[in-house]
Design a protein around this ligand. Structure first.
Ligand code: S3P
Length: 155
C-alpha cells in the first residue's frame, strides 16, 4: 500500500516520509524536491520567476504521473491536495495521511524557501476542509509514534 502524506508547511511530511520509505523499503517521492530538480531552482525562486498556478500544475502532473504500482511514500507540498481534485486523485494512489502540526510549532517553522508562509493563517483555515478528507489524521508530535500509527493503519 502506498502512502501520501499531506499537511501544512512544517508538519513533518518530508521527515516522516523519508523514515517511512526507508523502513518499508519503498521509493520516497518529495514533490517539492522533484520540482526543484526539474527546474533546477529553489521553490522560492520558482514562485518569484513564475507564479503559484505554474507550480500547482507541476505538482498535479507529478501526482497524475505517479504509478500506483510503484510502492512509494510521497511527501506532498502543503498546498498540493487542495488544488483542483488532487485530494481525490491522491486517494486513488494510496493511503492519504494528514499530518497535523501542533499549533505551538507553527511559529517555529523554517520560513526560508517557503514563499507562502506569510499567508499561513489564511491558508490553514482555507485548507482545513480539504485536509480533513484524508484517510487518517495524525497529530505529529513525535516521529516514532507517528510512524507506528501509519504502519498500524497500513496493516
Ligand atoms: C506550499 C508548501 C511547500 C511548497 C510551496 C507551497 C504551500 O511545501 O510546496 O512552498 O502552499 O503550502 P512544504 O509543505 O513541504 O513546506
Amino acid at each position: 500500500m502506498n502512502v501520501v502524506l499531506i499537511g501544512f508547511m512544517g508538519s513533518g511530511k518530508t521527515t516522516i516520509g523519508q523514515r517511512l520509505a526507508k523502513e518499508l523499503k519503498y521509493v520516497f517521492i518529495d514533490t517539492d524536491a522533484v520540482i526543484e530538480k526539474k527546474l533546477n531552482m529553489p521553490i522560492s525562486k520558482i514562485f518569484h520567476c513564475f507564479d503559484e498556478y505554474f507550480f500547482r500544475r507541476l505538482e498535479r502532473k507529478i501526482l497524475i504521473d505517479t504509478n500506483p504500482k510503484k510502492h512509494f511514500v510521497m511527501a506532498s507540498g502543503g498546498g498540493m491536495p487542495c488544488f483542483k481534485n488532487n485530494i481525490d486523485i491522491m486517494k486513488t494512489k494510496g493511503l492519504v495521511v494528514y499530518l497535523k502540526v501542533p499549533k505551538w510549532r507553527i511559529s517555529k517553522i523554517d520560513k526560508t524557501n517557503r514563499p507562502l508562509f506569510k499567508k499561513a493563517k489564511v491558508l490553514i483555515n482555507k485548507r482545513k476542509y480539504c485536509y480533513a478528507k484524508a484517510d487518517i489524521v495524525i497529530e505529529n508530535y513525535k516521529i516514532d509514534t507517528t510512524l507506528k500509527k501509519i504502519k498500524q493503519t497500513m496493516r
